[in-house]
Design a protein around this ligand. Structure first.
Ligand code: SAM
Length: 363
């Protein structure tokens, strides 16, 4: 029988990254975060995995994790994590000394204590691009000191079948290995990217025949059969639609967005309205024939390619490649945050699958 490789997820959030590992057969044993609601989502979607609410700024808390694994006699194969990245995010002020830029040290310390076969750290592009790649250099140097040669790689989500423009940096390091990890190659070219329409056109519109947006109910029926291969995959384990609640826009927003064609933003508005907006992604309507823009944690500025409303949590989750049976908990703001923070599970899957080829099953 094939051994199931064990995996711990630090800064797990809702667990998009480790869901990808789970989906290709890893045994995800633990998720750690300091956000209780995200941990509830993690727990409800990760089988028997345990969750721990810990502040990972405080490294004395890492012993709780070591004791848990010792107590269950679990030898860790892979440590994964997406430490917060606001200090390197182009969406923020890009402060290299931001305290949050050092949260990754919890991953270094835990790796040193547990010596897993491999470690995977995911982060924003700013890590390799801002300040001449200082963030990435810190990560690479700190892991090198404990015997892990981290290989960084920018992965572009659409290349792997995810219907969303999302660029993230992945670092993978192998323990005591002369080998460098080789990332999986792209599986799609730009002509074959999965589009917004491919991803979400089967979900209830939440719009009446006269164009009014409705809220919808907590649990809804699908209105059509799956219309694409991607929709088939998303609905594989699901009979109903959860987390698909419409946000009813105020009249002004509804009027403005109705004037914006697919793929355009507030710049497409008539002169008298355009000056009302400044943020460069304001009132962006997705393009049905393209992947969506990056799903973020706030999500008030992007609109459905067809309807005059923001995408629901479920639509955003689809664009992040979460299958429909992955249910998000908490209020709507918390749900959007969990979705926007996540690594697309399919991206986790492709890296996790490739990683198996480097792991020993006799440990
Ligand atoms: C980018 S998100 C991780 C998303 C996750 N990898 C996924 O795929 O769903 C970063 C997470 O770090 C957590 N976090 C922030 N500061 C923390 C701290 N001091 N201790 C523990 N977790 C923290 C946040 O609550 C958030 O869920």
């Amino acid at each position: 029988m094939n051994k199931k490789f064990t995996c711990v997820d630090l800064f797990s959030g809702a667990g998009g990254l480790s869901k990808g590992f789970m989906d290709v057969g890893y045994d995800v044993v633990l998720g750690v975060d300091n956000d209780e609601t995200a941990l509830k989502t993690f727990s409800m979607n990760h089988g028997n995995a345990v969750t721990m609410k810990l502040d990972l700024n405080d490294h004395s808390n890492l012993d709780t994790i070591v004791d848990f694994l010792d107590g269950r006699n679990i030898k860790l194969d892979v440590l994964v994590g997406g430490p917060p990245c606001q200090g390197f995010s182009y969406a923020g002020p890009l402060d290299i000394n931001d305290k949050r830029n050092f949260l990754y040290l919890a991953m270094v310390k835990l790796t040193d204590k547990l010596k897993p076969q491999a470690v995977l750290l995911e982060n924003v592009l700013g890590m390799i691009q801002a300040n001449e790649g200082l963030g990435a250099k810190r990560v690479i140097d700190d892991f090198a000191k404990i015997g892990y040669k981290m290989i960084p790689k920018l992965l572009f989500a659409p290349d792997y079948g995810i219907p969303q423009i999302r660029k993230r940096v992945f670092f993978v390091g192998l323990r005591d290995s002369g080998e460098d990890f080789e990332f999986p190659p792209a599986i799609l070219d730009a002509e074959h990217y999965v589009t917004c329409e491919d991803a979400i056109s089967d979900l209830p519109s939440l719009q009446t025949e006269t164009g009014d947006i409705i809220r919808g109910t907590e649990l809804q029926d699908y209105m059509t059969a799956p219309l694409t291969e991607y929709q088939q995959l998303m609905r594989r384990n699901s009979e109903k639609v959860y987390n698909h609640i419409g946000a009813i826009p105020i009249d002004k927003t509804k009027k403005m967005i109705s004037l914006v064609p697919e793929g355009k933003n507030y710049l497409a508005l008539p002169d008298e309205y355009r000056c009302l907006y400044k943020y460069n992604e304001a009132l962006t309507r997705y393009h049905s024939k393209k992947p969506s823009l990056t799903i973020n944690t706030g999500h008030r500025s992007h609109f459905h390619y067809k309807y005059n409303r923001i995408p629901t949590v479920r639509e955003s989750a689809r664009l992040q490649s979460f299958q429909d049976d992955f249910i998000f908990y908490g209020n709507k703001t918390q749900q959007y945050k969990q979705v926007g923070n996540a690594v697309p599970p399919i991206l986790g899957q492709v890296v996790a699958e490739k990683l198996k080829g480097y792991l020993r099953s006799d440990e």
